[in-house]
Design a protein around this ligand. Structure first.
Ligand code: NAP
Length: 468
C-alpha cells in the first residue's frame, strides 16, 4: 500500500494471480480498518497543501506524471497485462490512454475557472458584483474496478489533482499492482506526500469505513450496480459519482456499411473478452441483412486469436476469474435453453471462454437483460427502426448505444430517442476517447467523467459577492 508518502504493509499478504493460468504475479497486503484510518488521515493532512497549489503547479505535476508513465510504458503495460489477464496489445493501449488522461487533466487544470454572475439582473442586485471560484472538495475516495485498472484510476486521480484535492484510492483486489506503481510515479512528479494514498484489500470489508469516514468529502466509484447502490446509500450528503454497468446495444440498418459495421462489432463485442462496461452485448439487425451480417460476424469472430495474454498476437485471453467464466458459460446455456441459437463459440477452458455469437436471444434471458461482462453477443433481427429503438431502450441500463446507417435522418431519429448517456452514429457503443463526457443514465450511474467534467464534480463553485 502507499500511505502518507510511504510504502505500507499489513499482517495479511495476498497473492495476485494472472487470471489466464493462475500463476502468481505479485503480492499485496490486505488493509485493516486502521489502514483506512491512516490513509484518510494522511489525505486530510495533505488537503490544505493541495488546495494551495497554483493551477500551474497542479498542471505541471500532471504533465510530469504523463511523461513518466510514458517513459515506463513497457513496465506498466506488463503490470496491467499480468493483473487483469488482458492481451498485452490492449494493455499497451491502456497505458497510452492513461497517459493521455493525465495530459488532458493537466490541460484542464489550466482552464479551471468560475464565472461572473449578472447580479443586477435582479432589482435587489443593484450595485452588486459577484463571481464564482472553483474550490476543491477536500478528500476524494476513488474506488475502481478490475477491467481498466490504470485508465479508470487516472480518470479519478487526474481530475482530483487538477481540482486541488487529496485522494485515497482503493483499486480492485484482483488488480492492485498498477495502482501502487502509479503512487510512486505521482510522488516523483512532485505530488506532496499524503496527497495520493493507495489502500489495497477487499472492498467488502474496508469499503464501508472509507465511504463512511466524515473526512471524505466525495466518493467517485466505478464498478457494479450492487456496490454502487450500497455506496450511494451509505454516503449520505457526500458527493457521489457512479460509473456503473451496461448491456450496450447497436442498431444496424439495411443501408449500413456492412464491412465497417461487422469489423467494429467484432472488436466492440470481444475486446478484453467483453469485460468493458460499454461492450457490445445486443446487436439489432434489420431483417433484410440479418443473414449476411450474421455470416460475416461469425467469420470475423472465428479469426480472433485465443491465447496467452503475454503473446503479442493474442486477441482473447481470459476473464478475471474462473467463476466469472463459469457464470458466462451458464448464461449462454440459459439463453440456448430459452430458444436462442449458438452460431459460434461458448466453449470454456479454465477462465477462458471462446467468443460467442448467439442469435435471437429472448428479451427475458440474462444475456439480454443483465450485464454479461464476457465475450458474448446476441444478434437479433428487427423489422422497423422504431421497433429496434424500443428494444434498445428496454433495458435497465443506459450507458452508450449506437447505430449504423447512411441516412442522417434515421441516425438522428434514433439519437434523439435512445435513452443513454452517449450515442454513436456509425460507430459501436464500445467507443470512448478520454476527453469526452462519459457516463450513464438509469442503472448505469450518475455524474460524468472525462477530465473537464470530472473536475466540475470534484470542485465546488463558491460565490464571492461584493457591493460596489
Ligand atoms: P465491483 O465488484 O463493483 O468492484 C469495484 C470496486 O468496488 C472494487 O475496488 C471493489 O473492491 C470495490 N468494492 C466492493 N465492495 C465494496 C463495498 N462494499 N464498498 C466499497 N467498495 C467496494 O466491480 P468489478 O467487478 O471490479 O468491475 C466490473 C463492473 O464495473 C461492471 O459492472 C462494469 O460495467 C463496471 N464498470 C463501469 C465502468 C463505467 O465507466 N461505467 C467502467 C468499467 C467498469 P474488491 O475488488 O476488493 O471487491
Amino acid at each position: 500500500m502507499h500511505i502518507g508518502g510511504r510504502r505500507a504493509t499489513s499482517a495479511s499478504p495476498q497473492d495476485v494471480e494472472l487470471p489466464y493460468d493462475g500463476s502468481v504475479v505479485g503480492t499485496i497486503y490486505r488493509a485493516a480498518l486502521e489502514h483506512v484510518d491512516q490513509a484518510v488521515g494522511a489525505a486530510a493532512a495533505a488537503a490544505p497543501l493541495m488546495r494551495e497549489l497554483t493551477l500551474d503547479e497542479r498542471s505541471s505535476i500532471l504533465r510530469k506524471a504523463h511523461q513518466l508513465l510514458l517513459d515506463r510504458r513497457d513496465e506498466m503495460a506488463a503490470a496491467v497485462c499480468s493483473e487483469t489477464g488482458k492481451p498485452i496489445k490492449e494493455a499497451r493501449l491502456e497505458v497510452d490512454r492513461s497517459a493521455l488522461t493525465l495530459l488532458f487533466s493537466g490541460e484542464e487544470a489550466h482552464r479551471l475557472r468560475g464565472e461572473v454572475v449578472p447580479m443586477d439582473a435582479s432589482p435587489a442586485g443593484k450595485g452588486r458584483m459577484a463571481m464564482t471560484v472553483r474550490e476543491p472538495v477536500g478528500v476524494v475516495a476513488a474506488i475502481t474496478p478490475f477491467n481498466f485498472p490504470l485508465n479508470l484510476a487516472m480518470h479519478k486521480i487526474g481530475p482530483a489533482i487538477a481540482g486541488g484535492n487529496a485522494i485515497v484510492h482503493k483499486p480492485a483486489s484482483a488488480t492492485p499492482i498498477s495502482a501502487v506503481k502509479m503512487a510512486s510515479i505521482f510522488e516523483e512528479s512532485g505530488l506532496p506526500p499524503g496527497a495520493l494514498n493507495v489502500i489495497t484489500g477487499p472492498g467488502g470489508s474496508i469499503g464501508d469505513a472509507l465511504v463512511f469516514d466524515p473526512r471524505v468529502a466525495m466518493v467517485t466509484f466505478t464498478g457494479s450496480v450492487e456496490v454502487g447502490l450500497r455506496i450511494r446509500n451509505l454516503a449520505g450528503l457526500k458527493r457521489v459519482t457512479l460509473e456503473l454497468g451496461s448491456n450496450s446495444a447497436v442498431i444496424i440498418e439495411d443501408d449500413a456499411d456492412l464491412s465497417e459495421a461487422v469489423s467494429r462489432c467484432v472488436a466492440g463485442s470481444f475486446s478484453h473478452s467483453g469485460q468493458v462496461c460499454i461492450s457490445v452485448q445486443r446487436i439489432f439487425v434489420q431483417r433484410k441483412i440479418r443473414d449476411e451480417f450474421l455470416e460475416r460476424m461469425v467469420e470475423g469472430t472465428k479469426k480472433l486469436a485465443i491465447g496467452h495474454p503475454r503473446d503479442p498476437a493474442t486477441d482473447i485471453s481470459s476473464l478475471i476469474t474462473v467463476g466469472e467464466a463459469e457464470r458466462v458459460e451458464d448464461w449462454i446455456g440459459e439463453a440456448v435453453r430459452a430458444g436462442a441459437g449458438l452460431a459460434t463459440g461458448g466453449a470454456r477452458r479454465r477462465a477462458t471462454v471462446d467468443p460467442a455469437v448467439l442469435t435471437e436471444v429472448p428479451d427475458t434471458a440474462s444475456l439480454s437483460c443483465r450485464e454479461a461482462f464476457g465475450p458474448v453477443v446476441g444478434v437479433n433481427a428487427y423489422e422497423t427502426l422504431d421497433e429496434a429503438i424500443t428494444r434498445v431502450n428496454a433495458s435497465d441500463y443506459g450507458l452508450q448505444a449506437g447505430i449504423y446507417t447512411r441516412d442522417i435522418r434515421k441516425a438522428f431519429h434514433a439519437a434523439r430517442r435512445v435513452h443513454v448517456g452517449g450515442f454513436m452514429i456509425n460507430e459501436v457503443p464500445q467507443y470512448r476517447v478520454d476527453q469526452m463526457p462519459y457516463g450513464g443514465v438509469k442503472l448505469s450511474g450518475t455524474g460524468r467523467e472525462g477530465p473537464r467534467y470530472a473536475i466540475e464534480e470534484m470542485t465546488e463553485p463558491k460565490l464571492i459577492c461584493w457591493k460596489v
